[in-house]
Design a protein around this ligand. Structure first.
Ligand code: FAD
Ligand code: DHB
Length: 389
C-alpha cells in the first residue's frame, strides 16, 4: 500500500491527526496494534482545554461533546483546611470541558467511515523503516500476512511505549526525565460527583483528586507509593482514604459505589527532543509525558497534532518544507510550558518522601499565596485552561 502519511497509533493523537489530514485532502492510513475495544477500555483523561474542543468543532465532530460535555468555570485546591477556588472563567474568560478521553476517542472512531479515514486495528510487530530519508515505510503483520505501507511521512502517535521514538537514533535525540516516587490509584464509579467542580487536595496523608465524567459518573484518585498493588486496595479502602484526604465537607457529599475500573498509573515528566527526525514526526505521549496533575497530557497531544497537521498540509499543498522543519520547535515551545505547569502543580499538591519541614512549609506558603493573590490565581487559571496555540 502507498499513502502520503502513515500514522502509527490510533489513540486520540493518531485519530485526531488522521481526521485533520483527511479534512485537508491529505491521504493517510492509521495502524494500531490493539483492537478498537481495547483502545476504548483504557480510562484516562477527563478534562479538555478549549483548543481540544475547537479541533473537534473544526472537524464537525463535536455533536456529542457539545451535548454531553460538562463546561466547568473553575476548579478547587484543598489544603486540608479550606477550598481555594480558582475562578478560571472570571480570570481568563475561558472554560474547560469535562468529557472523557474514551468518549472523544469513540467520536473519532465512529466518524472513520464517513470521513474516509482508514484505520487498521490488530496490527502486530509494527516497525518503522528508513525514517532518515524521504521514502520511509512501515511494516506490520495482520492475519498472518506481512504487510508494508510506503509513504512520504510517518507520524509517530503510538504513546510512550510505541516503536516510533525508538526509530530516532540515540545520537540525534535527547531525553529529559523525572520519575516521581508515587502513582495515582484511580477509581471510576457510577455515583454522582461529590462536588460540581474538581477538587485537588494536598492532605498530610497524601494527594487526592475528585473528578467526574458526567452528573452520574465519578472519577477519583489518591496517590500511593509505587510499591502498592491494586489487589491491596478493595473499593472500601479507596473510599475511606478519599473521605479523609478530601476533607469532611467533600466526604459528606461523597457517594460510594462499586468500582467500574481501578488502576494505578505511575507519574513521570518526560520530553524527547527533537520531535522530528527526517520524515518522522512524533506527536503526543510518543514524545512527552506529563504527570496527570493539571490534566495536560491529552491536550498536549491535541496541540502537537494541530501543528503537525498544519506542517504536513503545507508540505502537500505548497511543497513547504520549512513548515516540516519548524514543527519540532513550534510544538516543543508549548510542550515545555505544559511540562513546567504539570511539574509545579505536582510539586505543590503531593507529599514527597524526601520532603522535610522546610519543603512542607513552602507548600503551605504557596497555597496561602494562591488563596490570597489574584495574580497567582490568574497564572494557575491561564495554564489550566491551556496556553494559546
Ligand atoms: P495514547 O493514548 O497512549 O495512544 C497511543 C496508541 O498507540 C494506543 O492506542 C496504543 O495501543 C498504540 N500503539 C502502541 N504501540 C503501538 C505499536 N507498536 N504499533 C501501533 N500502535 C501502537 N490528559 C489530559 O489531558 N487530561 C487528563 O485529565 C488526563 N488524565 C490522565 C489520567 C491518567 C490516569 C492517565 C494515565 C493519563 C491521563 N492523561 C490526561 C494523559 C492522556 O491520557 C494521554 O496524554 C493521552 O492518552 C495521549 O494520547 P496519545 O494518542 O498520544 O497516546
Ligand atoms: C482527571 C485527570 C486528571 O489528571 C486531572 O488533572 C483532572 C481530571 C480525570 O481523569 O478526570
Amino acid at each position: 500500500m502507498r499513502t502520503q502519511v502513515c500514522i502509527v497509533g490510533a489513540g486520540p493523537a493518531g485519530l485526531l491527526l488522521g481526521h485533520l489530514l483527511r479534512a485537508e485532502g491529505v491521504e493517510c492510513v492509521v495502524i494500531e496494534r490493539r483492537s478498537p475495544e481495547y483502545v476504548l477500555g483504557r480510562i484516562r483523561a477527563g478534562v479538555l482545554e478549549q483548543i481540544t474542543v475547537s479541533l473537534m468543532e473544526r472537524l464537525g465532530l463535536d455533536g456529542r461533546l457539545k451535548a454531553e460535555g460538562l463546561p466547568h468555570d473553575g476548579f478547587n485546591l484543598a489544603d486540608g483546611e479550606r477550598l481555594i477556588r480558582i475562578d478560571v472563567a472570571a480570570l481568563t474568560g475561558k472554560q474547560v470541558v469535562v468529557y472523557g478521553q474514551t468518549e472523544l476517542t469513540r467520536d473519532l472512531m465512529a466518524a472513520r467511515e464517513e470521513r474516509g479515514l482508514e484505520v487498521i486495528y490488530d496490527a502486530e510487530d509494527v516497525a518503522l523503516h528508513e525514517v532518515d530519508g524521504d521514502a520511509p515505510f512501515v511494516t506490520y503483520r495482520k492475519d498472518g500476512a506481512e504487510r508494508r505501507v510506503d509513504c512520504r511521512f510517518i507520524a509517530g502517535c503510538d504513546g510512550f511505549h510505541g516503536p516510533s521514538r525508538k526509530a530516532v537514533p540515540a545520537s540525534v535525540g535527547r531525553e529529559y526525565e523525572r520519575v516521581y516516587p508515587f502513582g495515582w490509584l484511580g477509581i471510576l464509579a457510577d455515583v454522582p460527583p461529590c462536588n460540581h467542580e474538581l477538587i485537588y487536595a494536598n492532605h498530610e496523608r497524601g494527594f487526592a483528586l475528585a473528578s467526574m465524567r458526567s452528573e452520574t459518573r465519578s472519577r477519583y484518585y489518591v496517590d500511593v507509593p509505587l510499591s502498592e498493588r491494586i489487589e491491596d486496595w478493595p473499593d472500601e479502602r479507596i473510599w475511606d482514604e478519599l473521605a479523609i484526604r478530601l476533607g469532611p465537607e467533600a466526604a459528606a457529599q461523597m457517594t460510594r459505589g462499586p468500582a467500574l475500573e481501578k488502576s494505578i498509573a505511575p507519574l513521570r515528566s518526560y520530553v524527547f527532543a527533537p520531535l522530528r527526525h527526517g520524515s518522522l514526526l512524533l506527536c503526543g505521549d510518543a514524545a512527552h509525558i506529563v504527570p496527570p496533575t493539571g490534566a495536560k497530557g491529552l491536550n498536549l497531544a491535541a496541540s502537537d497534532v494541530h501543528y503537525a497537521a498544519e506542517a504536513l498540509t503545507g508540505f502537500f499543498r505548497a511543497n513547504d518544507g520549512d513548515a516540516i522543519a519548524g514543527y519540532s520547535d513550534r510544538a516543543l515551545a508549548r510542550v515545555w510550558k505544559a511540562e513546567r505547569f504539570s511539574w509545579s502543580l505536582t510539586r505543590l499538591m503531593h507529599r514527597f518522601p524526601e520532603d522535610g519541614a522546610f519543603e512542607r512549609a513552602m507548600q503551605v506558603a504557596e497555597l496561602d499565596y494562591i488563596a490570597t493573590s489574584r495574580a497567582a490565581q490568574t497564572s494557575l487559571a491561564e495554564n489550566y485552561v491551556g496556553l494559546p496555540i
